[in-house]
Design a protein around this ligand. Sequence first.
Ligand code: HPA
Ligand code: ZN
Length: 344
Amino acid sequence: MEKQSELQILSYINQVPKAELHIHIEGSFEPELMFEIANRNGIAIPYSSVGELRSAYKFGDLQDFLDIYYQGASVLLKTKDFYDLTYQYLRKAANDNIVHTEIFFDPQTHTQRDISLETVVSGITSAMEDAQKDFGISSYLILSFLRHLSEREAFEVLDLALPWKDKFIGVGLDSSERGNPPEKFARVFEKCRQLNLKVMAHAGEEGPWEYVADALDVLHVNRIDHGNRSMDNLELLERLSREKIPLTLCPLSNLKLKVISKLSNHPVKMMMEKGLIVTLNSDDPAYFGGYLNKNYFETAKALNLNMEDIKVLAINSFKASFLPLDIKKYWIEQVEVFHKNFKP
Ligand code: HPA
Ligand code: ZN
């Protein structure tokens, strides 16, 4: 990309209205806020400074990351902690011109430490309400099951969460993928679908393409989180395109967790060419070195994406969202208007 167009692309990315659909709220926990909350809760962090903690963010694979991510989340104790965490992310998101976001939270990471679900959900959702008022950003919450835990534990946390069912729009499946295939949660997901919850699952991040196919066949997901390994099976790619199953891709996450060796190997462009509804997302931005606009920009540079491609990705982010149809249409039109009027 030559200099002029790089700046143009950056300005386009910064300004275009967009949605983020794959963000773990615990993964937006910046070291500065982590130290602040740890201090006020009287908890010691096993790092002497923000700098030292940040320099520990070198991961060989998904599990390396998860170990540090769960350790970080363990300083969250009170409603205000969850509020501050969520409000900080939403302020940053609004600054990136994200107008709508669908946020994962991992209830079991907290209930296992005897933090009540009420503490977690009330902190997160009051920040979501305040951010809507303060920045005009809309957001939905998604309850994610930890797949390294048992089916029984997933059922238990679902039961615990039912009093707050109107506070979350759907359920997801995250944590250690390999060895924890979708079918382990077939019955929990069936119950969630009966409860009219949207369903999605991380699949094909480290696990094989078969896990993506199983998430479709066994869990009947509305959306796949990551799904990189779908590239290994042409029939599956064609199916994702035909059935219009969106993928929430996370390029900087993939780079940091060594799912890809360099950004120019990221499959987003090939997937777009195959007609898939793909979106870009930050996953765990405090750990992976960038929020949403940085994911767009670094990917655009590495893969030579142009403004037309960015426009498609922004439109896809609304298409793939769980927003009501009329609101989706409104935002897609806003992207079109922005694109037409964009003067670099
Ligand atoms: N993969 C699986 N589990 C996760 C991730 C991820 O990228 N981020 C937070 N939990
Ligand atoms: Zn994720």
